[in-house]
Design a protein around this ligand. Sequence first.
Ligand code: C2E
Ligand code: CA
Ligand code: CA
Ligand code: CA
Length: 278
Amino acid sequence: AKARGRNGYQFYAPSMTGEGVERLRLEAMLRRSIDKNEIFLNYQPQVEIDSGRLIGVEALVRWHNPELGNVTPVRFIPLAEDTGFINQLGKWVLEEACRQMIRWERAGLHVAKIAVNLSVKQFERGSIVNMVADILQETGLAPQRLQLEVTESVIMNTGDALVFINDLHSIGVGLAIDDFGTGYSSLAYLKQLPVQTLKIDRSFIKDISTDVNDEAIAIAIIQLGKSMNLSVIAEGVETEEQAAFLLRHGCNQAQGYLYSRPELPESILARWHAPARL
Ligand code: C2E
Ligand code: CA
Ligand code: CA
Ligand code: CA
């Protein structure tokens, strides 16, 4: 901001700074992104480490704008959360992900499970169980094949999250705790929650063979999952070494660049659809 006049008058209001203008422009473009068909999904395979078998995919949202190019979700998800657009976006993502499961099925690829990320803001407006139930009904996807991913902070910071999560469980939808170990870890809630899966955060996997603390944390999460009868999946697995470590310590599920980057649905089909043998 520029100082002007005798009293150091601020000529530019904060919202008029370059950054503010840029943000408003981004917000406006984001709001129109769905209608303009700029939003689409990538899918990242989740695999069984020892067999290499596909056990599921995670849907990851993408935004390609003709002017801005590709905008990373790390940038636009927080913006969508601030503006409330996340509710519309989250619904679109869930619908598209469920529809895609049916399309793959028709094309001959059975993907057992699809994981979809939910934002904390989607819990703040009230129960989302009706939205989820409607989408499942509409698309015909069995609830057991949908797994919703929420972070620890969703659970700890949302007053009614427990109620909503129980609602979702009651219609048969699965629940995974994303980025496990990075949030407030009150382990007490794990007991009360109908969760099936813990996802070990990538930050603990990254230096697994060099950092003894990360190793200890990864092992502890695997053990915790085991003793609570939860399945544990490691995210961000990039090397054979990391995969071998996980397997050695009793974690047989992974997701990461070692197996596949997030891909378009056609690529998933091409890679994982085994054509009938003649
Ligand atoms: P996340 O849910 O933890 O997703 C995993 C992120 O790690 C993805 O980034 C994925 O592309 C990336 N990743 C996967 N394997 C590897 C690996 O081996 N190495 C490295 N370095 N990275 C890997 P992406 O797609 O950029 O998404 C970032 C975050 O944006 C997600 O983190 C999630 O929090 C959020 N997000 C993405 N899609 C959605 C969505 O549909 N709804 C909501 N609410 N959030 C989403
Ligand atoms: Ca996730
Ligand atoms: Ca994650
Ligand atoms: Ca993460």
